[in-house]
Write a protein that binds this ligand. Structure first.
Ligand code: ADP
Length: 391
């Protein structure tokens, strides 16, 4: 029977998994559990994209929804023969802090370090850790590997990572860590040569959104920073704001918990539109505030692209990825139109087809649409550690 690796991506609103065969890393099954206040919905597909299991639980009184969602996944997996042969579990862990700049085998000391980083990624880190603990509860001996969204940025220069603050003011080093690194790594490895090593900007535009400037497949600079709040406006996160705003909110008697909720959950596309965090809903709306939210998203993305072009000293390729980047011709068109001064030109026809290369032949910058696959990067990193341990 084929041996497998389970990849888990546990967030605040979903648990996603893929079961890969080893060593070929062919996906066998993938699925997700969507978590809302009212229900947990699990959907699992096979490698031909056929839905093979779907179930909704309508109860809302789970103490720990993520654990419950993960148990739904594990219960289903336990009935599959492939799962008997899981050799390792790879986890997406959003923040690796200063200590982890490459994937690690998870031991109790690692969990303690990851817990210190919870305040730096409150929407993700606690759920990532809960998943790890839950798996250990089921099987204390199984190899678990943490794969970090921050790791890809660890090679950025000290200057690119620094803030103009005095050093050592807190136990955790205050610097830009950057995120979405698993996605940036996948895109850098997938873009064909010789383009992959050129001066590139990857636009990971999903519910969380950031940009990364790369050269020689390495991160030069990125828009997210100390936390995944920084940079572009996102579904519900504010992106860059003047830090003075937070001081002002504090002086207006808002407490940390309220400010955290405001900046992480009630801002971004949702906050500006007052309608939705979902780009599709906003694109379909005629409301003025929906239009404003889209306009602000595009404006800020283009401004940050300008900043990254300056950091790179040029631009050869612009690559769109993640939910909005992969599926929204309208947003890609709006962004590229505002870059026409750079001689960025895209073909309307290729753009609506979500084609891989959407720029025209005369465009000075190649514009690509490449679907990301963070799970495959996690599976590769996990397999690597598994092989090192077994030899
Ligand atoms: P996450 O960061 O949760 O992984 P995704 O990468 O799945 O998020 O991206 C979710 C975002 O992608 C949502 O804002 C959603 O509206 C947007 N999206 C997905 N499909 C489309 C589409 N066809 N047109 C516009 N936006 C889309």
């Amino acid at each position: 029977m084929q041996e497998t690796i389970l990849v888990l991506n546990i967030g605040s609103a979903s648990v996603k998994f893929t079961l890969f065969s080893t060593p070929s890393l062919e996906p066998l099954f993938f699925g997700h559990v969507d978590i809302t206040d009212k229900a947990l919905t699990i959907q699992i597909k096979d490698n031909k994209n056929n839905c093979i299991y779907q179930h909704t639980l309508d109860e809302s009184n789970y103490k720990n929804q993520q654990e419950h969602a993960l148990n739904l996944v594990l219960n289903w997996l336990h009935q599959q023969e492939h799962f008997m042969h899981v050799k390792a579990v790879g986890h997406r862990v959003v923040h690796g802090g200063e200590k982890f700049s490459s994937p690690v085998k998870i031991i109790p000391e690692v969990i303690l370090e990851l817990e210190k980083l919870i305040p730096l990624a409150p929407l993700h880190q606690p759920y990532n850790i809960a998943g790890i603990k839950s798996i250990f509860k089921n099987n204390a001996k199984l190899l678990q590997v943490a794969c970090f969204d921050t790791a890809f940025h660890a090679q950025e220069s000290d200057i690119a990572r620094s803030y103009a603050l005095p050093e050592n003011i807190t136990p955790l080093k205050i610097q830009s860590y950057g995120f979405h690194g698993l996605s940036y790594q996948y895109i850098s490895e997938t873009l064909p040569e010789p383009f992959a090593t050129q001066k590139n900007i990857i636009a990971h535009l999903g519910n969380g959104a950031s940009l990364c400037a790369t050269e020689d497949k390495k991160s030069i600079a990125t828009t997210m920073g100390f936390t995944p709040l920084d940079g572009l406006p996102m579904g519900t996160r504010c992106g860059s704001i003047d830090p003075g705003v937070i001081l002002y909110l504090l002086s207006n008697n808002m407490i940390t918990k309220e400010i955290t909720d405001l900046l992480y959950n009630r801002s971004g596309l949702l906050g500006v539109s007052g309608i939705s965090s979902d780009m599709r809903t906003l694109l379909n709306s005629k409301e003025a505030n929906a239009k404003k939210a889209i306009e602000l998203f595009v404006y800020r993305t283009v401004r940050e692209i300008g900043s990254l072009i300056a950091a790179l000293g040029g631009l050869d390729n612009l690559i769109f990825t993640a939910g909005i980047g992969e599926h929204s011709p309208a947003i890609r068109q709006l962004i590229c139109d505002k870059l026409s001064w750079l001689n960025v030109n895209i073909s309307a026809e290729f753009n609506v087809q979500n084609a891989e290369l959407i720029s025209t032949e005369t465009s000075k910058v190649n514009v690509w649409v490449i679907p990301t696959n963070e799970e495959l990067v996690i599976a590769k990193q996990t397999l690597n550690i598994l092989e090192k341990i077994s030899h």
